[in-house]
Design a protein around this ligand. Structure first.
Ligand code: C2E
Ligand code: CA
Ligand code: CA
Ligand code: CA
Length: 271
């Protein structure tokens, strides 16, 4: 009721009120972001120990006519509160597959990884959605990688397992993102067709000086090795971090040291 609204306002600082209004307006305009072609995919390289680009991660950006460039942490959570994330997620998959197709046509078939939200994964027809996008795009499914996080595996592990297995039979691969930040259960690694662990950026950030972070990074790499998984370090910004990670046996590296997320194809002309 109005009364409650007034009471709630009491708790908000003027700044918070403004933020809330902005959030509501963002949510409203996000509904049209796809049709108005305001969403773009940026791509960040993953490199091997020789520094060669071996694949890319697709990272979404929203070019808002009023607020300018909005990064995913400021709108993906909004989309995840509604079913909008499913629509956005399908757009991301379709667009990434188109890019893979361009790579294939150029004769440089590099894999692209796409982030998947929990709400997408729990859809009953998730397997059908992904496989039809892959089929319609005409790409080699081995070039599509899906990044999932531990936090989305808490519920209905058996159902998730069935879905991931079905997609991995088509050739699609899976990596476990933000590894170490959730409930890192080894059950996931044992039961799911995951081939890559991504060490979260928060551990890489200060592992050269923080003993605990170093211990975590070492442990994740050692565990990945013994389970024959590939391991990617995120957020590599310094040469010293790169060298240390290499000496610990990390296979792949991602971070500003090698490249920021950027558009791959020239931006479409605006009218
Ligand atoms: P993430 O999947 O963990 O992606 C890595 C984030 O770290 C990206 O932020 C990337 O730009 C940033 N990053 C990469 N290297 C460095 C580095 O060296 N230093 C620092 N400080 N940051 C680095 P971004 O692009 O803002 O994305 C944030 C999060 O939003 C992603 O985290 C992912 O969870 C989510 N996201 C992005 N794109 C999508 C999407 O298409 N779908 C879904 N569902 N989520 C997405
Ligand atoms: Ca990711
Ligand atoms: Ca990550
Ligand atoms: Ca993250």
């Amino acid at each position: 009721s109005k009364e409650m609204g007034r009471n709630q306002l009491y708790f908000f600082e003027p700044g918070m009120h403004k933020t809330l209004r902005k959030k509501q307006r963002l949510e409203q305009s996000l509904k049209q972001a796809i049709s108005k072609q305001q969403l773009k995919l940026f791509y960040q390289p993953k490199v091997n120990s020789q520094g060669q680009i071996v694949s890319y991660e697709a990272l979404i950006r929203w070019f808002h006519p009023e607020f300018g460039l909005i990064t995913p942490n400021d709108f993906i959570p909004l989309a995840e509160n509604s079913y909008l994330i499913n629509e956005i997620g399908e757009w991301v998959l379709t667009t990434a597959c188109q890019q893979i197709r361009v790579f294939q046509q150029q004769g440089t078939p590099l894999p692209i990884a796409v982030n998947v939200s929990e709400r997408q994964l729990v859809q009953k027809n998730f397997v059908e959605i992904v496989s039809s996008i892959v089929q319609n795009s005409g790409i080699d499914p081995h070039l599509l990688e899906l990044e999932i996080t531990e936090s989305m595996l808490n519920e209905d592990l058996e159902n998730t397992r069935i879905k991931l297995l079905a997609l991995s039979k088509l050739g699609i691969t899976f990596s476990l993102d933000d590894f170490g930040t959730g409930y890192s259960s080894l059950i996931y690694l044992k039961n799911l067709p995951i081939t890559v662990l991504k060490i979260d950026r928060s551990f890489v950030h200060e592992f050269l000086t923080q003993e605990t972070d170093l211990a975590i990074v070492k442990t994740i790499i050692a565990m990945a090795k013994s389970l024959s998984l590939h391991v990617v370090a995120e957020g590599v910004e310094q040469q010293e971090q790169f060298e240390m990670l290499m000496s610990l046996g990390c296979d792949l590296f991602q971070g500003y040291l090698f490249g920021k997320p950027e558009p791959l194809t020239p931006p479409e002309p605006t009218e």
